[in-house]
Every structure is written in structure tokens, then in C-alpha cells.
Ligand binder design. Structure first.
Ligand code: URP
Ligand code: ZN
Ligand code: ZN
Length: 476
């Protein structure tokens, strides 16, 4: 007779609030004990020299999402969640994209079917509202919030997704009534279309010009507009994938005024710049870095770091949005050579998010280990209604853990990764600090860079209301 199914012994437990030497006792997928001399377990993992942290929660990933005629995302749920597990994550939050003309409930059903039985770790969906019809706003969205889809993203750009100001306001009003959290992609549609048309007309069509078509000015303007709309309605707002100092300053302005504005940034905005989009002398390799908003300048990187260090950003997500580079259904589709306009937007990063932030942040002394846990796990759980089930090392929480070697040196290379893309934007990037073992609800799902769990172990997690959204309830 043993006390635990699994015991993690001898490691240093790091949470968003604390660090301590403690063993972790696990029964039926949950943490049941923390401390010394815990007793016998059916299996014990020796974590001497390792840090035991809550598994990463990546609250911004795109998996198997419709991406336009002839374009196919490089990951399905099996490959994306396997890669995420190998990168130290235990929960990912993909988007259910509503295509115009399709109901929201139908979109959820279709998307859920792609995930069912295929996930290595847990997933929890956000919604993307692209067609806010009266039926969507009046019936479907409220019902889905009650079913645990408690956050959704709206876009201020992209032909197929853009919501204009009145629509944004109407959607925000429903979010307030239903206590859902609104996430916004803040780049201005008309300014970008104006820039694209001008660049194409003057023959500036290589992938690099993607970055010139959406300068920080259009991100700053849209960020301010989104904040103003949220203020008008009286609803909290999460601004995702913030790339520039200019946009960040709008967020800091709002936060200083006491507005409930939250922000996320991503690895690409602390490690890549627009120069990467030039590729090798303006060739198509720049397409590997095409994402929106685009990577900016070293000055912007330094500003984003200050935002991470001082709490402007609550979450650090990957915005994993993978396309194959050398593929007709990916970055090098036939139209892409005619203009950057046709290069699918997005880069892969689900497996490299944690090592990059750890190495650049904790190893280089910019972030404490506790801040790293908050930015990569706990704050995601808290903001999106998964806490304390996820994002914690506490009695009663799911045993979602990563055993981390803070001293291990690795070089990121495509051939050690598990995603479906055929490249990584961080090829050759050296890191110190690496995930050794990932445990999802008490089961080892990845170990030593290999997937050891089973497809179907992961399932969908319905969420509670975001505490920040439910505090703000009222009549708008
Ligand atoms: O380029 C990007 N980021 N593609 C993903 C979709 C989005 O806007 O997050
Ligand atoms: Zn976006
Ligand atoms: Zn995204």
C-alpha cells in the first residue's frame, strides 16, 4: 500500500509567490501533499538539482485554424500539443474561429471535433467573433459563456475578421453583461490597407514590406481606440501580442488612469526585429518571420522588456500560428511571391516560448523565477478562469508540472522540435534552462525531449468566469 501514485522528490518548488525545497505527492492526477518526508509512492521521480514549476499555460495559440483558401496550418491538435508538452507546457488555449456566415455554436462543435481524442495535454478554447449577428450576440455567445467559453478575441484588422467600431462596442457590451473577457488584436484596418496598396503600387512587395505596411503607428492608434471603446462600455480588456513601445505606452497610460487594461507580449517581440524580415538580401526567407504585429526594433525590444519587468504585461504567450515555409499551402504559396500581402501571417513558437523567456529573463537576471512562473503560467490561469485548478502548485490543484533544469544549455534547432512546421524562427538561438520532464494531471507526457504520453490524455477544460471580467459586471 503506497501513499501516492507519484512523488516528485528533492526538487526546488517554484511558484508565482514562493520557492522552497519540498516534495510533491500526487494521487489521481491531483496534488495532495507538499513537504518533506512524504511517505511511499508507486513511482518516485528524483528531481534533485531541478526546479519544479507549474506547467506552462500558453493562453494564445492557433491550431488547425482556417487560414484562407489553399492555406493550411502546419499543426493539428496532436502535433501542437506534443510540441507544447516537450516545451514544458501542460495547458494551451487555442481559438475557435467563427467564419462569417457560420454560427458560433457550430464553429465550436466543428473545432472541438478536431481536438477530441487527439490532445497530449489539456486545451481550453477561446472564441473569435467574426460575425456578430443578433443571434450570435443575443443567444449563442451568452450560452457559450455559460458553457465555459469565457473569453473571446476580436480583430480590428484582416478582411475576413475585422470588426468596425460600432461592432466592437456592441460585442464589448455583451461581454460586460455576460462577464466574459474580451481580447483584442489592435492594428488599424484602413491604415494597413492604405499602406499595402501604396507599397504594392510602388513595387515594394518582398516579405520585408509586411513590416512597413503595419508600422507601430497603426498598432498605437488601434490600441488607444480599443482602450477608449472598453472605457466607454466599462469593460476590462486584454490587449494581445503587444509588439511596440508606442502601443505599450497607451496601455501604461490606461493602467495609470486605473482602467482595467491587461496586456500580453510574446517571444518574437523580445528577440526578433523587422530586419529578420529582410531574409537573405530581400529573398523569400523573410517570409519565415512574417507575423502580425511584426517584430520591431531593438528600442522596442528594450521597452517591452521594461514592461515585462515592471508588470505592464501580465502574460507572455507564444501566439503560435504555424505555417510550413517550403510549401504551396504555406509561406511560399504561389501568390506569396507576388506580394507580402499573400504570405500567411504567423510563426511557430509553442515549444520554444518557455526556454526563450527563461534564458533571456531568468538566466540573464531580468526576471525572478517567481515572475517567470507568473508570466508563463499562473497569470494565464488567473485571468482566464482556470485558477486554482491550473497554474499553481498547491494541494487540490491538478498535478500539472514541469521539472526544469536551470543550467542546461541547448541550441534551438528545427530538428529537435516536435511542431508541424518545417522551420523555427529561432534556429541557432542559444538558451540556458530547459524543460526535462512535463507532467500533466500526474502523468509524464514528455521527457528528455521525447513525447512519452498518449494522444487523448489531454481534454478540453471548461473555464469559470475570468475574475477580472466578473468584477466589472453592470449595465452598459
Ligand atoms: O501573425 C499572427 N500573429 N497570426 C496569428 C493570428 C493573430 O492575429 O493572432
Ligand atoms: Zn491577433
Ligand atoms: Zn494569435
Amino acid at each position: 500500500m503506497t501513499d501516492y501514485d507519484l512523488k516528485i522528490a528533492g526538487g526546488e518548488v517554484i511558484t508565482a509567490a514562493d520557492r522552497m525545497h519540498a516534495d510533491v505527492g500526487i494521487v489521481a492526477g491531483r496534488i495532495v501533499a507538499l513537504g518533506a518526508d512524504l511517505g511511499e509512492a508507486a513511482r518516485t521521480i528524483d528531481a534533485e538539482g531541478l526546479w519544479v514549476m507549474p506547467g506552462g499555460i500558453d493562453s494564445h495559440v492557433h491550431i488547425a485554424q482556417y487560414s484562407g483558401e489553399g492555406i493550411v496550418m502546419a499543426d493539428d491538435f496532436a502535433s501542437a500539443t506534443a510540441a507544447a508538452a516537450c516545451g514544458g507546457n501542460t495547458t494551451v488555449m487555442p481559438f475557435v474561429l467563427q467564419r462569417r456566415g457560420t454560427g458560433l455554436r457550430q464553429s465550436v462543435t466543428d473545432y472541438q471535433a478536431l481536438a477530441d481524442g487527439n490532445c497530449h495535454i489539456d486545451v481550453s478554447f477561446h472564441l473569435i467573433i467574426a460575425d456578430p449577428t443578433p443571434a450570435v450576440l443575443g443567444q449563442e455567445l451568452p450560452a457559450l459563456v455559460k458553457d465555459g467559453y469565457t473569453s473571446f478575441k476580436v480583430f480590428m484588422t484582416y478582411d475576413d475578421l475585422v470588426l468596425h467600431d460600432r461592432e466592437l462596442l456592441e460585442v464589448m457590451r455583451v461581454a460586460k453583461r455576460e462577464q466574459a473577457l474580451v481580447m483584442v488584436h489592435a492594428e488599424g484596418y484602413d491604415s494597413i490597407r492604405f499602406m499595402i496598396d501604396h507599397l504594392e503600387a510602388t513595387g515594394q512587395t518582398e516579405p520585408y514590406f509586411h513590416s512597413e505596411s503595419r508600422p507601430d503607428i497603426v498598432e498605437r492608434e488601434a490600441t488607444h481606440r480599443a482602450i477608449s471603446h472598453a472605457q466607454l462600455v466599462g469593460v476590462p480588456l486584454m490587449i494581445v501580442h503587444v509588439s511596440s513601445q508606442a502601443a505599450m505606452e497607451q496601455i501604461q497610460w490606461a493602467q495609470a488612469k486605473g482602467l482595467e487594461v491587461y496586456a500580453e507580449t510574446c517571444p518574437q517581440y523580445i528577440t526578433l526585429t523587422a530586419e529578420d524580415l529582410r531574409g537573405l538580401n530581400m529573398d523569400m526567407t523573410g517570409a519565415k518571420y512574417v507575423c502580425s504585429p511584426p517584430p520591431r526594433t531593438k528600442t522596442d525590444q528594450a521597452a517591452i522588456w521594461r514592461g515585462l519587468e515592471t508588470g505592464t504585461f501580465k502574460t507572455f504567450s507564444s501566439d503560435h500560428c504555424p505555417f510550413r515555409y517550403d510549401a504551396v499551402d504555406g509561406k511560399l504559396n504561389p501568390q506569396a511571391r507576388t506580394s507580402f500581402r499573400w504570405v500567411p501571417n504567423g510563426i511557430p513558437g509553442i515549444e520554444t516560448r518557455l526556454p526563450i523567456l527563461f534564458s533571456e529573463g531568468v538566466t540573464k537576471g531580468r526576471l525572478s523565477p517567481e515572475a517567470f512562473v507568473a508570466l508563463t503560467s499562473t497569470n494565464h490561469a488567473k485571468l482566464y478562469g482556470l485558477h486554482p485548478k491550473k497554474g499553481s502548485i498547491a494541494v487540490g490543484s491538478d498535478a500539472d508540472l514541469v521539472l526544469w533544469d536551470p543550467t542546461r544549455k541547448e541550441t534551438i534547432r528545427q530538428d529537435i522540435l516536435h511542431h508541424g512546421a518545417d522551420y523555427t524562427p529561432w534556429e541557432g538561438f542559444e538558451v540556458t534552462g530547459w524543460p526535462m520532464i512535463t507532467i500533466s494531471r500526474g502523468e509524464v507526457v514528455a521527457e528528455g525531449g521525447r513525447v512519452v504520453g498518449r494522444k487523448g490524455h489531454g481534454g478540453h477544460v471548461a473555464r469559470g468566469l475570468s475574475p477580472v471580467a466578473s468584477q466589472a459586471r453592470g449595465d452598459a
